[in-house]
Write a protein that binds this ligand. Structure first.
Ligand code: ADP
Length: 365
């Protein structure tokens, strides 16, 4: 068998084995070869396509421009996907249009340069993309709806709570001795519960306001950490806390919220320290190119693996029998703040063996 015949057969075998539809087009745009998948995809017999202009497979509205694009490719033929970021479409014999991805490769033969065109039908991928996009939009709108509800509900709940507290105060002040002691004693739990609810409602309102009206600015995280430690000075001293930190970067962040993030994590690291053990907190970060990963580690009471996700839920607390105060909103705030920065937050811990809270922050351009 001649070498030319052999290489022709090898070429055919390779093209037929390809998982894509393949067409070979000459420099004036005529189809010179078609593989079986291309026949199936375009619903033509091979002999109906050979010799035709490639434009037979292109929807009418793109036809006029195509010869020019083809000529441009022939002038400087390099392997590349076709269309840049444009959506590409092809058309079947039955006139059914479908979205495609097309790869162009020059094939230099002894006589001429041909264009090896591989075509993938991306109908299913496009369908999935549009389903995902639609679901994302629905999710976003639901989130906004929830935020609005949260804001309105927590805002409007404040007024009736204020009324309850005002009236308990009036009864306490004006009716002491005038009403039965037992009835009077019921006032305290009413007042305490209303006060607690007031804090919860306020926290909820703050949570829903997080990030509203705030803008990103360049922040030196070392200075920010110093300020946080100054704010927490009394609890740091009271508990004889040892804090060490790496040199931190300058980043574009929502400054007020970013400060709150560190404040919550350091505050928790102290709050959930072990009795009789000097609290040690270490803060650091590593650069990962597009994002920075921070950590805040402690030698405190630790967290069981089953609670790793739950602690970030709003109003979810674990150590409620501890003396520690709290409403279970700190870490929910942290999660929201980190997500505002395009990042994630998680914990690595073992019960009784300290915790490391880690979070990422996308670098803003
Ligand atoms: P709060 O501190 O008001 O209870 P958070 O949302 O800040 O609420 O924390 C939720 C729960 O996660 C806490 O109740 C606690 O059980 C647990 N937790 C948070 N930080 C730590 C920590 N550093 N070590 C151990 N447990 C922690």
């Amino acid at each position: 068998m001649s070498e030319i015949k052999l290489s022709e057969l090898t070429f055919q075998a390779i093209v037929e084995a390809s998982p894509s539809a393949i067409l070979l087009v000459n420099k004036v745009g005529r189809i010179v070869y078609v593989n079986t998948l291309a026949e199936k995809l375009f619903e033509y017999e091979r002999n109906e396509l050979i010799g035709q202009l490639i434009e037979i497979l292109i929807p009418d509205r793109f036809k006029a421009k195509h010869p020019h694009c083809r000529e441009e490719f022939v002038k400087s033929p390099v392997s590349r996907p076709m269309g840049g970021n444009r959506d590409l479409f092809a058309i079947k014999k039955s006139k059914k249009e479908f979205p495609v991805e097309i790869g162009l490769n020059p094939l230099v033969t002894a006589d001429e340069t041909l264009i090896l065109t591989s075509i993938i039908d991306i109908t299913e991928r496009k369908k999935m993309e549009s389903i995902v996009k639609e679901q994302m939009l629905q999710l976003e709108s639901k989130n906004h709806e929830l935020e609005r509800f949260n804001y309105i509900a927590s805002h409007d709940l404040q007024e009736p709570l204020r009324t309850i507290l005002n009236f308990t105060q009036i009864i306490e002040e004006d009716f002491s001795g005038k009403i039965d002691d037992e009835v009077f004693s019921y006032l305290y739990p009413i007042r305490d519960s209303a006060q607690r609810m007031q804090v919860l409602v306020r926290s909820l309102l703050d949570f829903s306001r997080l990030g509203r009206n705030s803008t990103v600015s360049e922040v030196n995280c070392n200075n920010l950490l110093k300020e946080v430690m100054a704010d927490l000075n009394s609890i740091i001293n009271e508990n004889n806390v040892k804090i060490t930190s790496d040199t931190l970067p300058v980043l574009k962040v929502y400054e007020v919220e970013f400060r709150q993030l560190f404040q919550n994590l350091i505050n928790n690291a102290i709050k959930f320290s072990k009795k009789e053990v000097r609290p040690e907190i270490s803060i650091g970060c590593s650069d990962h190119g597009a994002y920075v990963e921070f950590y805040v580690s402690d030698n405190g009471i630790g967290i069981e693996q089953k609670d790793f996700d739950k602690i970030f839920w709003i109003f979810h607390r674990l150590n409620i029998d501890e003396k520690s105060e709290g409403y279970g909103i700190g870490l929910a705030n942290c999660k929201k703040i980190v997500e505002m920065h395009g990042g994630k937050i998680w914990v690595e811990s073992k019960l009784d063996a300290g915790s490391i809270f880690k979070f990422t922050i996308q670098k803003q351009k």
